[in-house]
Design a protein around this ligand. Structure first.
Ligand code: KG4
Length: 334
């Protein structure tokens, strides 16, 4: 079965053709980073307008690169939520229209399910059950993945997502958007323990996250340094901030594995592109005899191949979605 995946939940318009829930025939994405960069974050109205312009050419390119036509497609999988409503509506309505006109089944997909399953786009795949740490610009959550369609939410951020914290810290340091890659680059030449920024562990055994206090701590540090006319040591600030985020992400994922007696950890979402996170997680997992999996960055950031993959499994288990379904802004995986 050929699946056409469509993703437009935030600021990337993406389409992919996947064969039998595994083989990627095409994976096309247009990024809106340049549009949102002057604002230091995604502007919802600008995002949905650009999705409208991009959706048709992106889907057409995905079909062309896969050397197939709509007549070859057996299922349309599309992100239903969570995300920005205006952005989601563009992809969702486009998928519904194709489904209706071509009498094709379509399956709405929770974006988080895509991230949890994105590791199955790789050759080396984990066995269920596993702990999935999903850290992106919009969310930071821990799930227990029991099968291709069964996930339990174990913890999530109570305020900023990890990627959002990277973006906000980059903005206050006068760096470009998205903040994650630029902060990570500068951190390479900084000392991770130069400044002791706070780690929000929350209550004992809590698997929730909180990153807004850390962001404020970076702001306070910078303000104090400026007041004392000290030169901001940007690399050290980036490295120390990044270390604080990573330590919490890694330790909470390991705690989830320990509490639930699980021996595999999978990391996804845009922040999982961070090489220091990959390094620390791999080291800590090896110490605890845990297996650790990271999809390559192109599959861990937002993409439509993971939506096609998740849609394929949900369709097999639950059948198609109905044309009168709507998009939603908050994840329905609980
Ligand atoms: O999953 P994703 O592509 O989409 C959204 O959530 O929209 O994640 C994007 C987020 C951004 O906040 C970005 O700053 C962050 O992932 N990110 C990183 C890195 N690359 C992207 N954060 C830390 N280190 C990186 N190397």
């Amino acid at each position: 079965m050929l699946i056409l995946g469509i993703e437009s939940s935030c600021d990337d318009t993406a389409a992919s053709v996947l064969a039998d829930g595994k083989e990627i025939l095409s994976n096309v994405l247009t990024s809106q980073d340049q549009i949102h960069s002057p604002f230091g974050g995604v502007v919802p109205e600008l995002a949905s307008r650009r999705h409208l312009e991009s959706i048709y050419p992106v889907v057409e390119q995905a079909l062309d690169e896969a050397r197939v036509s709509l007549g070859d497609i057996g299922l349309i999988a599309v992100t239903q939520g969570p995300g920005l409503i205006g952005s989601l509506l563009v992809g969702f309505s486009f998928a519904k229209a194709i489904s209706n006109v071509r009498s094709l089944p379509f399956r709405g997909v929770d974006h988080m399910a895509g991230h949890i399953l994105s590791i199955f786009l790789e050759q080396d795949t984990p066995a269920f059950p596993y702990i999935a740490l999903i850290a992106s610009g919009g969310t930071t959550s821990l799930y227990l993945a029991k099968s291709f369609t069964s996930f339990t939410l174990l913890g999530r951020t109570r305020d900023d997502a990890a990627g959002e914290a990277f973006d906000k810290v980059a903005k206050l340091l006068g760096l470009s958007y998205p903040g994650g890659p630029v902060v990570a680059k500068l951190a390479e030449t900084g000392e991770p323990h130069f400044i002791s920024f706070p780690r929000a562990w929350l209550e004992e055994d809590s698997l929730d996250f909180s990153f807004s206090g850390l962001k404020t701590a970076v702001l306070t540090y910078c303000n104090q340094a400026r007041q004392q006319s000290e030169l901001l040591q940007i690399s050290h600030i980036c490295a120390s901030f990044q270390e604080a985020v990573i330590e919490v992400l890694v330790e909470k994922a390991l705690k989830a594995a320990q509490i639930h007696g699980i021996s595999t950890v999978v990391v996804g979402g845009g922040v999982s592109a961070n090489s220091r996170l990959r390094q620390v997680m791999a080291l800590r997992c090896a110490k605890q005899n845990l297996q650790c999996f990271f999809p390559r960055p192109a599959y861990s950031t937002d993409n439509a191949a993971m939506i096609a993959l998740a849609g394929y499994h949900f369709f097999k288990e639950f059948g198609p979605s109905s044309l009168d379904e709507d998009v939603y802004s908050r994840s329905q995986l609980v």
